[in-house]
Write a protein that binds this ligand. Structure first.
Ligand code: SAH
Length: 209
């Protein structure tokens, strides 16, 4: 493993990422392959990087934090809103394994096209050009849903597309800052606030614009 990647993993561990499947996936799915060439040297730095069209590849800590909170299991069927670089989708694909599935939606055609090409060897991922704020009814219900863009409010349409005991993670709040909300669809809906983060705004029907 490259030194910089080793350092990143160590730093994620120190910051409370304990899920070994998440850490292993970050080791395996090279972030360098999902960012523009000019930023290659920064691939293992713990910050977001511009990937064009107003999108960023999220900060590694944020991705690890969300994936850990999602409690991913082998065989899970997962919906992601906001494909952008495709890195997060690739990580989920590795964690849920061959028996699992990842449906990832992107609203910007150029980004969806690029991610489709980049992820073509990941047989359990489907990249879909769509307004993910409405979910993906035709493929629902899902075990897990992860929203990687800022939502103006808790996305109830997405909660409806969760299986019983499913989990949704989404940053909710203003375009300038959000609270990371975890929803567990138990007999009663359980809602937790996991702290503050900043994402690019969700667009579409239930987004900001
Ligand atoms: N998960 C990404 C980072 C997401 S950045 C990664 O691993 O790189 C947020 C992305 O959400 C942007 O690409 C943006 O275009 C997309 N987005 C915004 N609104 C959306 C919507 N309604 N449906 C699908 N994608 C959306």
């Amino acid at each position: 493993m490259q030194n910089k990647l080793k350092e990143l993993i160590q730093h994620l561990r120190q910051d409370g990422i304990k899920d070994s499947a998440v850490l292993k996936a970050i080791e395996k799915v090279d972030r360098k392959n999902f960012i523009p060439k000019e930023y290659e040297k920064e691939a293992y730095a713990d910050y977001p990087i511009d990937v064009g069209y107003g999108a960023t590849i999220s900060q590694p800590y944020t991705v690890a934090f969300m994936l850990q909170a999602l409690e991913l299991k082998k065989g899970d069927k997962v919906l992601e809103i906001g494909t952008a670089s495709g890195w997060n989708a690739a990580l989920i694909s590795v964690i849920v394994g061959k028996t699992g599935n990842v449906f990832t939606t992107e609203i910007i055609p150029e980004l969806a096209k690029r991610a489709k090409e980049k992820l073509k060897d990941y047989k359990n991922i489907k990249v879909i050009l769509a307004d993910g704020s409405q979910g993906l009814k035709e493929y629902s219900p899902f075990n897990k849903i992860i929203v990687t863009a800022a939502c103006p409010e808790v996305p109830n349409t997405l909660v409806d597309q969760l299986k019983q005991d499913g989990i949704l993670i989404a940053p909710v709040g203003l375009p300038t800052g959000q609270q990371m909300i975890k929803i567990i669809k138990a007999k009663k809906i359980i809602k937790e606030n996991l702290g503050e983060f900043v994402f690019v705004p969700l667009r579409g029907k239930y987004g900001f614009t």
